[in-house]
Design a protein around this ligand. Structure first.
Ligand SMILES: Cc1cc2nc3c(=O)[nH]c(=O)nc-3n(C[C@H](O)[C@H](O)[C@H](O)COP(=O)(O)OP(=O)(O)OC[C@H]3O[C@@H](n4cnc5c(N)ncnc54)[C@H](O)[C@@H]3O)c2cc1C
Ligand SMILES: NC(=O)c1ccc[n+]([C@@H]2O[C@H](COP(=O)([O-])OP(=O)(O)OC[C@H]3O[C@@H](n4cnc5c(N)ncnc54)[C@H](O)[C@@H]3O)[C@@H](O)[C@H]2O)c1
Length: 465
């Protein structure tokens, strides 16, 4: 009788799970001369490259151009969009994603500086992981295992076909109609994309506003702007789902305040209802690592778990779930684990942008949060208040800045309108240094440029009582 093959345990200085921000740790570990193993079940390169930021923004860029063309009528430019080549837009996105992912995979497979394990890892013991038939042990472990779509248990959902941020990337034809369930980041970005492509979109959001974690005025303006292009239903929950006779889906909804019931029929249903941790796949409990109630891995401010020598970062810890934050966390975790430093992760100036239309960017505290902690001054400037905004006939959109009243320290900034993700950068830089209004206003701002929006909001805040 053949004995089951038991491969010897291979030992490494460092094991990394995840090839998203995990690659940053890999670089540090290799540079430091450690023996390293990197594990990923694929697709290689993580969420951002394969099913997140990169494909979504490659799709949204043409959607933004469509909006520019539509909006140019107000400037006196007569335009039309005779056709949109959806297939070409999707193919361009898939080509870049696949080729970048393949390059990373080739490097991981061919590099002599590391061992790459292509498979799903799970803990079998402290510091010991199984990947397929292999068993590996690390002196230090970095869990950069990310998150995946959270699909709520809606009756009937298992009987219909639905899309997620992953499967929508395989679409070959533009859907005629789509219900986007969830008005969070993914929901409002893809609602913008599909409407621009010609889909009849309905967003269903159970909370009282879109992007419930943004500044309420930002949500309100976004809802107004998107409602001109699509149906937006807030305080609305999908109670059940069924196949529509002849194709598509029927979503039965209930309004949480009025109790009103309705049904919406659409060719496609996109689930954009949040994310869940991948920690369950890793079976981290077998190594004694503490997990929060929501399934994310618990870490201290040095990004170390309760098990000394095991670090976690990125979406795996469920804090600010953005690529740039994951990279910033990798710097901290790597410096602590690999270089023996004692750095703490500071989320005070951790920003984000939402690439819907109009674009949104945000850093720091919301007005309500700031008011609970400090005596504050708030300033707002509209795009229409500055010269370039007027030239653009940008009569909507604004920047809002929140400062500590006693010293003008910047506590938060929220922008909705063109180039919000770029405009906010100087505020982020100032906040990262715990800066005040002077750290921004001291520099001469070019006239007439959109950056004057920030200066105007700052001065309005300074003058506020
Ligand atoms: C549609 C969408 C759009 C987004 N847009 C933006 C944006 O514009 N800007 C932005 O900053 N952020 C954006 N994000 C968020 C961003 O993608 C994530 O925050 C980021 O990718 C997290 O990186 P990570 O390295 O922590 O995890 P991931 O990139 O998810 O990497 C985790 C890796 O671990 C692997 N893995 C997990 N479990 C195991 C296991 N048990 N064994 C082996 N391998 C495993 C996975 O295969 C994966 O490759 C977006 C997300 C989505 C879904
Ligand atoms: N531009 C960016 O940086 C960007 C873009 C996309 C995603 N992301 C990242 O991905 C994460 C996930 O995005 P997401 O949009 O899936 O999650 P999310 O948590 O931002 O939004 C999910 C929304 O769905 C709603 N919802 C949940 N269940 C529902 C139901 N049954 N009926 C109606 N509404 C329901 C929630 O109230 C919530 O508003 C974000 O937190 C962000 O970190 C970032």
């Amino acid at each position: 009788m053949n004995k089951p093959r038991v491969s010897p345990v291979r030992e490494y200085d460092i094991i990394i799970v995840g090839s998203g921000a995990g690659l940053d740790i890999l670089d540090m570990a290799v540079e430091h001369g450690h023996t390293v193993a990197l594990i990923d079940r694929g697709p290689i390169g993580g969420t951002c490259l394969n099913v997140g930021c990169i494909p979504s923004k490659m799709l949204i860029f043409p959607a933004d151009r469509i909006m520019e063309i539509r909006e140019s009528a107000k400037l006196g430019i007569d335009t039309a969009i005779p056709a949109i080549d959806f297939k070409a837009i999707m193919n361009r996105m898939r080509h870049l994603v696949n080729s970048d992912s393949a390059k990373i995979e080739k490097y991981l497979k061919e590099s002599k500086a590391l061992d790459f394990y292509h498979g799903e890892a799970e803990f079998i013991d402290d510091f010991t992981l199984a990947v397929g038939d292999e068993t590996i042990k690390g002196k230090q472990i970095y869990l950069v295992s990310g998150s995946r779509p959270l699909i709520p248990p809606i009756p009937g959902l298992d009987t219909v076909e639905y899309l997620t941020n992953e499967t929508l990337l395989d679409l070959e034809e533009v859907p005629k109609s789509m219900v986007v369930l969830g008005g969070g980041y993914i929901g409002v970005e893809y609602a913008h994309f599909f409407e621009a492509m010609g889909t009849d979109v309905t967003i269903i959001e159970m909370r009282s506003r879109l992007l419930p974690n943004e500044e309420p005025e930002v949500s309100a303006y976004l809802q107004m702007a998107l409602s001109r292009r699509m149906t937006v239903q807030t305080e609305c929950t999908a109670e059940s789902v069924e196949k529509a006779p002849g194709g598509g889906v029927i979503i039965h909804t209930g309004h949480s305040r009025t109790g009103m019931k309705a049904e919406i029929r659409a060719q496609r249903l996109l689930m954009a209802t949040g994310r869940r941790s991948n920690a369950d796949l890793l079976k981290v409990s077998r190594s004694g690592i503490a997990i929060a109630k929501n399934g994310y891995i618990k870490v201290n401010s040095r990004l170390e778990t309760n098990v000394k020598g095991i670090y976690a970062l990125g979406d795996a810890i469920g804090r600010e779930m953005f690529t740039h934050t994951a990279h910033a966390e990798a710097e901290i975790a790597g410096a602590n684990g690999i270089h023996g430093q004692h750095l703490r992760m500071d989320f005070t100036a951790s920003p984000h942008a939402v690439f819907t239309h109009p674009q949104i960017a945000s850093v720091g505290l919301l007005e309500e949060q700031a008011a609970q902690k400090f005596k504050i001054k708030v300033g707002r400037a509209d795009y229409g208040d500055i010269a370039l905004g007027s030239a653009m006939m940008q009569d909507e959109g604004f920047a809002k800045i929140i400062m500590e009243a006693r010293n003008n320290r910047i506590l938060g900034c929220h922008i909705i309108g063109p180039w919000a993700s770029v405009l906010i950068q100087e505020v982020i830089n100032a906040m990262a240094r715990r800066g005040t209004m002077d750290d921004i206003a001291a520099g001469i701002h070019i006239h007439p440029a959109l950056s004057e929006l920030i200066v105007k909001a700052l001065f309005n805040a300074a003058e506020a009582e």
